[in-house]
Design a protein around this ligand. Structure first.
Ligand code: CAA
Ligand code: NAD
Length: 283
């Protein structure tokens, strides 16, 4: 069976691994440096698959097969045979660069490295490897099993072959693709993050309560969830990292992170994943 690897088993990595296992016939290795994160990923994939089968969206036999295709690992050399890597670790350029250097050492020379980064230019990550033509952005949306988009980001060095293989895999996973140039934030977060940031400024300036801000945007602009609840879903730490990349790279004051967002992250309120962000969540 062809082996693919997902590196980082947080909310995005676990969703990507789940969809790879349910929609393709590949053997999927899900890796994290944290054993607790890998164990949590197994639980969240099991829970998500149960929901989808209960609703009749996925046949039970497909779920059993998918669980058999998944391997949960904490040793990097286990990924060695993978032909396609999808990186989904923390949104930090230094951590991603170090990981790409390590992967470059262990992976077969023909293996493709895709990053699920929300904002970091792909050329920055490609430079860390000796295979820049095989490095690409493959930006999934959260929650991966429910969202149909993958933004594909080509750096100037990404080859046509890498681009075509990536688009084919995304389609096999049941996703629609759009293509973006390699500029910080790409399409979705260049547009989405300023809206989320502005929602924090509206709250910070005391213009309305968090509940009213979200209600206004839900009912007033037909969004499925308000911007503050969406920030909690994405992770406030991740929103802040993305805004910092946009602010630094595009050098435009409109991307300056709201001090309230900064404060919540400093206080350890990361959103749903930590049980508290703007709102409180049962865990
Ligand atoms: N697997 C399976 N089922 C899931 C799930 C998952 N991972 N996540 C949620 N669900 C289920 C819910 O449990 C719920 O099931 P029940 O009906 O049994 O309760 C069902 O899906 C529908 O969810 P909700 O009733 O909670 O709410 P909803 O109808 O609003 O749908 C949603 C949920 C799809 C997340 C919807 O609110 C939505 O589309 N929100 C916006 C999401 C979005 O914009 N994502 C992009 C974020 S930006 C990004 O990802 C890029 C980045 O780099 C930051
Ligand atoms: P998360 O915090 O849920 O998970 C990150 C995981 O990476 C953790 O389990 C952590 O242990 C692991 N990790 C950190 N350093 C590692 C390393 N060196 N090697 C292996 N594992 C490591 O984060 P997330 O929300 O899943 O985001 C992951 C990536 O996906 C980020 O680049 C983020 O910007 C991007 N992304 C996030 C969303 C979102 O809505 N959260 C959407 C699209 C893209």
């Amino acid at each position: 069976m062809v082996q693919v690897a997902v590196v980082g088993s947080g909310q995005m990595g676990s969703g990507i691994a789940q969809v790879l296992a349910t929609n393709t016939d590949k053997e999927v290795f899900l890796y994290d440096i944290s054993a607790a994160a890998v164990s949590q990923a197994r639980d969240s994939i099991t829970a998500s698959l149960r929901k989808l089968t209960d609703k009749g969206k996925l046949p039970k036999e497909r779920v059993d097969r998918a669980m058999g295709q998944l391997q949960f690992v904490t040793d990097l050399p286990a990924l060695q045979r993978s032909v396609f890597f999808i990186e989904a670790i923390v949104e930090n350029a230094a951590a991603k660069t170090e990981l790409f250097q390590e992967l470059d050492r262990i992976a077969e020379p023909q293996a493709i490295f895709a990053s699920n980064t929300s904002s970091i230019p792909i050329s920055t990550l490609a430079k860390a490897t000796k295979r820049p033509e095989k490095v690409i952005g493959m930006h999934f949306m959260n929650p991966v099993p429910l969202m149909s988009l993958v933004e594909v980001i080509r750096s100037p060095q990404t080859s046509d072959d890498t681009y075509n293989t990536t688009c084919t895999l995304a389609k096999e996973m049941g996703k629609e693709t759009v293509c973006s140039k390699d500029v910080a934030g790409f399409i979705v977060n260049r547009i989405l993050m300023p809206m989320i940031n502005e929602a924090f400024f509206v709250l910070h300036d005391g213009i309305a309560t968090a509940a009213d801000i979200d209600q206004a945007m839900k009912l007033g602009t037909n969004q499925p969830m308000g911007p503050l609840a969406l920030a909690d879903l994405v992770g406030l730490d991740t929103c802040l990292f993305i805004l910092e990349v946009l602010y630094r790279d595009l050098k435009d004051p409109k991307f300056r992170p709201c001090p309230l967002l900064q404060q919540l992250v400093n206080d350890g309120f990361y959103g749903r994943k930590s049980g508290r962000g703007v709102f409180h969540y049962e865990r």
